[in-house]
Design a protein around this ligand. Structure first.
Ligand SMILES: Cc1ncc(COP(=O)(O)O)c(C=O)c1O
Length: 394
């Protein structure tokens, strides 16, 4: 009755922890990818106005023309491009953008390659297609998280039809450089592999206004889908609106698939997106400053602690520390939740090789973040002589 691959799907490791104490005011939640700032009033007002104006009907499944134009203007301004708005579509979240792109690229018998550590939903969305998933993991070096294009290419196997890259990366904060983007795109072009570039953290970099984008090095007809959205840069996680830029040859298929998913993003929420793009630069900068402050708190509280091995992130708003000797990341975050009321995400959720890591989001307001980190450190110090023996049973 149910496809075997669906039956094998497990709850992702982040919600497995978080759903136990979701919305519990006693918990300092550092488990999800969001801060505690409500979407700015001018964006909320735009959506309210759209509702009052009667924007409650079906709209174009690939997005309101006014929003697609606004996205075009935004991207053109940010990267100095001239993008054809017909290449832009508006799925009901960046996540849905990845899902639709994955559906286009792979099916049973194909393989997908994910740059890892990776956000768990990405792997699930590929696996649901029936494809097999491989990962290529970034390395921890003295300089930070690193991965070269030859390493990615070496992980490509016969049957690899799609490669997924998320830069800036959730959870490591790794940022792919422009020359590496060019090199990888040339490889995908040559092999006709669909590259899905997830750039939802494009504005959260701690050096400059934006991370390098594949859009800056791509040709219009490249086998590339660049996925982005409003959730992170404009504090709009609950709105569920994203956007993608793809080659014209993918647009007809995008319309067909989008019809079957949600027939286009919620119309009045899209109107909020227009306001965000047209008047939201100050919001983007304010949020980035908030995240920069959060990053500094993480550095102050965690870097240099003998119990923790930490590479500071170049982008996004997560830290992904390693606890040397730890074997069971789920047990660690369960212990911290139970004893310290701090919510973290277990490393194992982000792919193989991450069992001694945990992820924390530093987008929260600074006082709560600092208190949360103080408690995490307290827990680690209390259990220092038995971190290798922490298991679910303890
Ligand atoms: C790498 C990555 N892609 C996509 C998303 C989801 O974005 P959206 O809220 O637009 O679905 C997230 C959210 O955490 C993410 O970390």
């Amino acid at each position: 009755m149910v496809r075997p691959v669906i039956e094998t799907l497990e709850q992702n490791g982040i919600t497995r922890v978080a759903f136990q104490r979701l919305n519990d005011p006693a918990v300092i939640p550092l488990w999800f990818g969001e801060g505690d700032m409500v979407t700015p009033a001018f964006i909320r007002e735009a959506a309210k106005q759209a509702l009052d104006d009667g924007q409650t009907f079906y709209a174009h499944t690939r997005g309101l023309p006014a929003l697609r134009d606004a996205i075009k203007r935004y991207l053109d301004g940010l990267y100095g491009l001239d993008i054809d708005p017909d290449r832009i579509s508006v799925p009901g979240s960046a996540m849905m953008g990845v899902t639709i792109a994955a559906q286009m690229a792979v099916t049973s018998g194909d393989r997908a390659l994910i740059v890892s550590p990776h956000w768990p939903n990405i792997e699930i969305t590929y696996r649901v297609t029936g494809a097999d998933v491989d990962v290529v993991r970034q390395r921890e070096t003295e300089a930070g998280w690193e991965l070269t294009v030859p390493e990615i290419v070496a992980a490509v196997r016969p049957g690899t039809r799609s490669i997924f890259v998320n830069s800036p990366c959730n959870p490591t904060g790794w940022v792919m450089r422009r020359d590496a983007q060019e090199e990888l795109l040339a490889f995908c072009r040559e092999r006709d592999i669909l590259l899905i570039a997830d750039e939802v953290y494009h504005r959260t970099v701690f050096d400059g206004e934006h991370a390098p984008s594949f859009l800056e090095v791509a040709r219009d007809d490249d086998p590339l889908v660049v996925v982005n959205g409003f959730s992170k840069a404009w504090a709009m996680t609950g709105w569920r609106v994203g956007w993608v830029v793809a080659s014209p040859r993918l647009c007809t298929a995008w319309t067909a698939l989008s019809e079957c998913f949600n027939t286009g993003a919620t119309v009045f929420a899209q109107t909020g997106g227009i306001a965000a793009l047209e008047h939201g630069e100050e919001t983007v900068r304010t949020l980035r400053e908030q995240y920069r402050g959060g990053r500094a708190i993480v550095e102050r509280c965690l870097a240099g602690l003998p119990l923790i091995d930490l590479r500071m992130p170049e982008g996004a708003f997560y830290a992904f520390p390693r606890v040397p000797g730890l074997r069971d990341s789920f047990a660690l975050v369960q212990g911290i939740l139970a004893e310290e009321d701090v919510g973290l995400a277990p490393g194992y959720a982000f792919g193989p090789g991450n069992e001694s890591h945990f992820r924390l989001c530093f987008a929260q307001s600074h006082e709560r973040l600092e208190e949360g980190l103080r408690r995490v450190v307290g827990y680690l110090e209390r259990h220092a002589n038995r971190l290798d023996r922490i298991t679910e049973m303890t």
